[in-house]
Design a binder for this molecule. Sequence first.
Ligand code: CTP
Ligand code: MG
Length: 241
Amino acid sequence: KDRLQSIALERVSFAYTPGEPVLREVSFTAQQGQTVALVGPTGAGKTSVLNLLQRFYDPDSGRIRINGVDLRHWDIRRLRGMTALVTQEPVLFSATLRENIFARPDQADEATVTRILQAAHCEALVQRLPLGLDTHLEKGGASLSSGERQLITIARALARDAQLILLDEATSYIDSQTEAVIHKALHNLIAGRTCVLVAHRLSTARSADRILVLHQGRVAEAGDHRQLMERRGLYWRLHRQ
Ligand code: CTP
Ligand code: MG
């Protein structure tokens, strides 16, 4: 199995439309097990960083390296195999809940299933559904709340034991109780894994090893929570809004 040691962006610039750059010379590194949080106003380029890390697009200039190797030289299936994406709009399959979480349900023993449901805080959901894990999710989970769908994608990422977690936190309104549950599930997902997370709630960014404040595609500030608060710049001002 591939081991992820490091990811690095080196002066990455990118435009969806030529002449309209959305990322400008963005650099950061994350070592195995570290979390980098991206914060900043809407349109700052946060999700675009995740798009580049999945190779939906390639940078116009600069480099992205994983384990020191240029991302363009990685086999795309190997890359996707070690990456789990937890998005704003989770996509569920019209299949059972079990099949939505475990790629090979027959290979997941009971102890593993229990551990993953616990870590992803999916137990209440499983109990609520008429056939539990074997409930068929109609229309990709249309009857579930967005918070529940997000917990399921967290369980899926745990089941795959992905090495690199790319997380785009939901902007949609969720009540504070659900938010707390998701927060705990995310904490379990991120622990010990390498993670690039787009944080809309500043509380999620707080414990990251490194926080980048993006502004108009540039890294305006970088540091951990304490350093950025002491700086009394953009990050500090975001907290006062
Ligand atoms: N953009 C674009 N084409 C796309 C995606 C995004 O032109 N396919 C533009 C957006 O309009 C925006 C810029 O790229 O001006 C950055 O977008 P994005 O990275 O998605 O911004 P975020 O920081 O993720 O914004 P939000 O907080 O709203 O998710
Ligand atoms: Mg976004």
